[in-house]
Design a protein around this ligand. Structure first.
Ligand SMILES: [Ca+2]
Length: 311
C-alpha cells in the first residue's frame, strides 16, 4: 500500500513515539505541526524554566548561557568557544514579539567551518567572512557531514525527577532527516586509574519533525535522565541541525519539572508498554574440583552440518 506523504509522516511520528517508549526514555512526545499529545496526557509543569536564557534575549556578543563546543581533530576533548561564528551560527533578530533567536546555516563547506573554529579558538574577536557558495550534491557541507550544534551550559537535575523539554523550530522538511534537540546527561565516574571524572552517561533527543520551511513549529517531550543512569547530575541541551543543507531557526527552549502525579502516570504507562522480562534458564554450574583455578562451563553441543564425502 502506498501512503500519501502526510500520512507517512504521521505514521513515522507515531512509530517514533513507540520506539522511544520502548527505549524507556521519553513517554510523551508532541509537536504542534504534526502530532498532538496522546489522549489523557497533560502538560502541567512545576516552577521556572530551568534553561537559562532559553529565549536567547540576553547576552552581549553571544547569548548568555550558550556556547559552541568544537571537537578539534587533534584533541580528544571538546573546545568551548563562547562566541557565535557568524558562519553557521547567527544571533538573529526576528523583529517581532518573539525577539531574538538562533539561526543556523548548514549549507556551508565543512572545511570552512573547521577553519573558522580554529580562528575563533585563537582569537574570539576574529572578524567573520562570507561563506563560499556551495555546489550540489552538497555532501561536503556541514549539513552533509558534521552538522551544526549549539550547546547550553550545564543544568543540574534531581535524581528520580521527570522533566519536560520544549522548543520552537523553523527548519527544512524531510521524512528521514530533521533537526534534533539533544539532551545529554553527565555525571562523575571512576576511570581505569580510579580518578573521578565527568563523563557523558545519558543521551536522548527530541525529534523536531518540522512541516515545512518558514513556519515555527513547537515540540515537547518528557524525559527521566536518572531513571536508568542514576549517576547523572547535570544535563546540557544541544540544538542540532544537519541535512537538508539550509537554514534552521531555534527559540524558546524550555525545561521544566513534571509534577510527581503526572510523572507517576508516565512511569505506569511505560511499564505497561514494556514486554515482561523472560528469564532464560541458566545451566547449573559444575562444582570446582580441588586444585582447579576456575571451571569452564560446558556449552550445549553445537550441531554442525554433516561433511559431505568428497566425490
Ligand atoms: Ca526569543
Amino acid at each position: 500500500m502506498i501512503r500519501p506523504i502526510a500520512n507517512l509522516v504521521e505514521w513515522l511520528s507515531s512509530w517514533a513515539v513507540k520506539v522511544l517508549v520502548g527505549a524507556g526514555t521519553f513517554v510523551v512526545m508532541s509537536g504542534h505541526c504534526l502530532a498532538a499529545e496522546p489522549p489523557g496526557a497533560t502538560t502541567t509543569s512545576i516552577g521556572r524554566n530551568l534553561v537559562a536564557n532559553g529565549g536567547f534575549e540576553q547576552g552581549d556578543r553571544c547569548p548568555t548561557g550558550w556556547l559552541i563546543r568544537y571537537p578539534r581533530v587533534d584533541l580528544s576533548e571538546l573546545t568551548d568557544i563562547r562566541a557565535l561564528d557568524n558562519l553557521t551560527l547567527f544571533w538573529h533578530d526576528t523583529q517581532t514579539s518573539r525577539g531574538k533567536c538562533i539561526r543556523m546555516d548548514t549549507d556551508v563547506d565543512q572545511k570552512e567551518v573547521h577553519k573558522r573554529m580554529e580562528e575563533l579558538i585563537a582569537n574570539p574577536d576574529a572578524p567573520p567572512w562570507p561563506k563560499t557558495p556551495t555546489r550540489p550534491p552538497k555532501y561536503d557541507t556541514a549539513g552533509g557531514l558534521e552538522g551544526v550544534s549549539f550547546w547550553s551550559d550545564p543544568i543540574p537535575v534531581v535524581k528520580g525527577k521527570t522533566y519536560r523539554i520544549s522548543v520552537d523550530v523553523i527548519g527544512q522538511a524531510g521524512l528521514m532527516f530533521f533537526p534534533k534537540l539533544f539532551v545529554r546527561g553527565f555525571g562523575m565516574v571512576q576511570d581505569a586509574k580510579g580518578n573521578w571524572v565527568l563523563r557523558k552517561l545519558y543521551e536522548t533527543y527530541l525529534a523536531c519533525r518540522v512541516e515545512g520551511p518558514g513556519r515555527w513549529c513547537h515540540f515537547s517531550q518528557t524525559f527521566s535522565p536518572t531513571e536508568h543512569t542514576p549517576a547523572v547530575t547535570e544535563i546540557r541541551v544541544v540544538l542540532f541541525a544537519y541535512w537538508q543543507p539550509g537554514e534552521y531557526y531555534w527559540d524558546n527552549v524550555e525545561m521544566v519539572e513534571v509534577p510527581e502525579a503526572e510523572a507517576a502516570a508516565i512511569r505506569a504507562a511505560r511499564a505497561k508498554e514494556q514486554p515482561p522480562k523472560t528469564q532464560l534458564p541458566r545451566p547449573t554450574p559444575r562444582a570446582r574440583k580441588a586444585g582447579e583455578l576456575f571451571v569452564v562451563e560446558e556449552e550445549e553441543p553445537m550441531e554442525l552440518p554433516e561433511k559431505k564425502p568428497a566425490k
